[in-house]
Ligand binder design. Structure first.
Ligand SMILES: NC(=O)c1ccc[n+]([C@@H]2O[C@H](COP(=O)([O-])OP(=O)(O)OC[C@H]3O[C@@H](n4cnc5c(N)ncnc54)[C@H](O)[C@@H]3O)[C@@H](O)[C@H]2O)c1
Length: 410
């Protein structure tokens, strides 16, 4: 079985991870036709004509909206709605839009009976996540939230070991993910601004999700201190954030995020997590457990002889083999590897499984996916929306602690 895919949004994540992953699944005959709709013809043109993707997937293409060849200056933020209305039911919609636009697009896709893969964060409020959950359940549709760090083998290893009691109980943790400075010059300056999002909401949510994914604990209180800075276009964003998340057992996770890692530094970002645990060993004596993931440095050091043209790319580089790379396995083209690809594949595979089942079995399968908790769904990961909601409230109040129970939607 293969299903058609409509991707809404054609920006950075579409280019870096989602479109190449969909092309690879098309190669494997798991997906049929691929369409991409963005707000402007220029965006879909840039994606369609991208040299790296063309070289990796010779002969593969997507249907582009707006039609950039006939109308190169078209802009149409409503176009995706017409495309959803015209789509065959029970296919796949990928939402790769700015955070604050996810909710409308997801609900519109559900109303047209489409399965969904949504880039994180699903939405910005828990009430919206619950609404999405109920609508999808009613229609027997999958909503997979693409928290790709979950499909990093190190996260899956940590989860198994934590749940086997090998570390003890989580007590204290610190995580960081700093994106490169050049992000400020990208389309981010048009949407990741103080009124819509912030560095923690945009990227810190990965580590909150990961701690819940590994430990099974739920967050209960959040405070986020944000530092405003100006984008090149003059708009303001919370471009540095320091978040403190308290968990139901009293544990504390600190998460620092920013769009500030120097463009001249090697690698695409800096990121990692340290967790401290406590528990009794076989001898009954209490001792400390510890986990440290260096998520940006994988031991490769390269120095090239040419200055790379891409923003944030450097002559001295420390490439990560883990998130997303292309390798040459003899062709045609190149194969994407890494947890970025595996995560998209995993969600699409789950959608195909549910779609292939008898109608009467779909509810049970959806429930199993929620319960297994490996794929993030609105039912098993809406603590992320609660954290985002509390975080957004806290950041505008200068970092005041917001208890999740006090949000009203919890
Ligand atoms: N590490 C990660 O998990 C990760 C990394 C990057 C982005 N993201 C998420 O991906 C999403 C998109 O981020 P991005 O970096 O690709 O942003 P981006 O600004 O590069 O791209 C956004 C895209 O949305 C399109 N768009 C906006 N309004 C539209 C409309 N009405 N109809 C059709 N298209 C529309 C724009 O044309 C653009 O192509 C965000 O939710 C972000 O949080 C996740």
């Amino acid at each position: 079985m293969k299903l058609d895919v409509l991707m809404i949004g054609g920006g950075m994540i579409a280019h870096d991870q989602i479109l190449p992953s969909l092309y690879q699944l098309q190669r494997r005959e798991m997906v049929g036709g691929i369409s991409v709709v963005a707000q402007s013809a220029a965006t879909v043109r840039a994606l369609a004509e991208n040299e790296t993707i063309r070289r990796a997937f010779p002969g593969q293409s997507f249907r582009a909206y707006p039609e950039y060849e006939t109308n190169p200056t078209a802009r149409d933020p409503e176009r995706y709605k017409q495309l959803l209305a015209a789509m065959k039911p029970r296919q796949i919609v990928v939402v790769a839009l700015p955070d604050q636009l996810h909710y409308d697009a997801v609900m519109e896709a559900l109303r047209h009976n489409q399965h969904l893969l949504v880039v994180k964060p699903l939405v910005l409020s828990a009430r919206q996540a619950l609404e999405i959950e109920a609508e999808a359940k009613r229609r027997g549709l999958v909503v997979g939230v693409e928290y790709h760090k979950r499909l990093d083998d190190r996260s899956l290893l940590a989860r198994r070991r934590y749940r086997a009691g090998m570390f003890g109980e989580f007590k204290l943790g610190t995580a960081r993910l700093m994106e490169k400075w050049y992000y400020r010059h990208s389309n981010f300056q048009n949407w990741c601004t103080v009124e819509n999002s912030d560095a923690f909401t945009y990227i810190g949510c990965h580590y909150v999700d990961l701690v819940a994914f590994v430990t099974g604990l739920k967050p209960v209180a959040v405070s986020v201190y944000g530092i405003k800075d100006h984008y090149p276009n003059g708009r303001e964003g919370y471009l540095y954030t320091d978040a403190r998340v308290i968990w139901e057992n009293g544990a504390c996770l600190n998460v620092q995020n920013s769009l500030s890692f120097p463009d001249a530094a090697p690698g695409t970002n800096t990121q990692g997590i340290t967790m401290y645990f406590a528990g009794a060993g076989d001898d009954g004596l209490r001792r400390g457990g510890w986990l440290e993931h260096s998520d940006q440095y994988r031991g490769l050091k390269y120095c090239y002889i040419h200055e790379p043209a891409a923003p944030g790319a450097t002559m001295f580089a420390e490439p990560s083999t883990d998130y997303f790379q292309y390798v040459d396995l003899g062709g045609p083209g190149l194969e994407p590897v890494g947890y970025g690809f595996r995560s998209v594949e995993f969600i699409i595979r789950n959608i195909l499984r549910v779609e292939a089942a008898l109608e009467g079995d779909r509810g049970r399968l959806l429930h199993e996916l929620d319960e297994a908790g490996v794929m993030a769904t609105p039912a098993n990961s809406s603590y992320n929306e609660l954290v985002v909601e509390a975080g957004r409230k806290s950041i505008v109040e200068g970092g005041r602690e917001i208890r999740i129970d006090d949000l009203g939607a919890a």
